[in-house]
Design a binder for this molecule. Structure first.
Ligand SMILES: [Zn+2]
Ligand SMILES: [Zn+2]
Length: 156
């Protein structure tokens, strides 16, 4: 039996709801819808693109509705914001460990626009150590790296 992508998304949403509940949060319908759209997009998606899609199911959706949902999803480590692109991606670590905001690195391909998430603890530790030398205490660090992804490199 082949799994439809919808099944995978539904499973991820259920896991997300459980993770939020475990921390006393609630994945409300609107938060669930926003998360479903981000997972379903399969790549970085901006707040206004989300709002447009959301309006298809909720005509009264407002920007503030989307921003609040995005804040909740970020706080719960379910999505990340890519500052460089001003867009959001689903956390690909979801399901592997408890949801929390974590230090993460993004590899952004300039050619095809894909964004890959990595979590290299060595990088986070190095940033922390270097910052610590100046007396700075980082909470978490997101590193965004632009370049060419593996498939675009081999296609060239
Ligand atoms: Zn993540
Ligand atoms: Zn690429």
């Amino acid at each position: 039996m082949t799994k439809k992508p919808g099944d995978r998304i539904a499973r991820q949403l259920d896991q997300a709801a459980e993770a939020c509940a475990a921390k006393g949060g609630r994945l409300t319908d609107i938060r669930r819808s926003v998360l479903a759209l981000i997972i379903g997009s399969g790549g970085p998606v901006g707040a206004y693109a989300l709002l447009d899609q959301l309006k298809a199911e909720r005509a009264n959706a407002a920007p503030v509705t989307v921003y609040r949902a995005l804040d909740f999803l970020m706080e719960n480590g379910l999505i990340h914001k890519i500052e460089r692109l001003n867009a959001f991606v689903a956390c690909t670590e979801s399901g592997d460990h408890e949801h929390h905001e974590h230090s993460v690195q993004f590899l952004i391909c300039r050619k095809c626009g894909t964004v890959a998430e990595m979590e290299d603890h060595g990088i986070a530790a190095a940033v922390s150590k270097a910052a610590g030398r100046t007396g700075f205490r980082p909470d978490h660090a997101t590193v965004e790296v632009e370049g060419t992804c593996g498939s675009c490199t081999s296609a060239a």
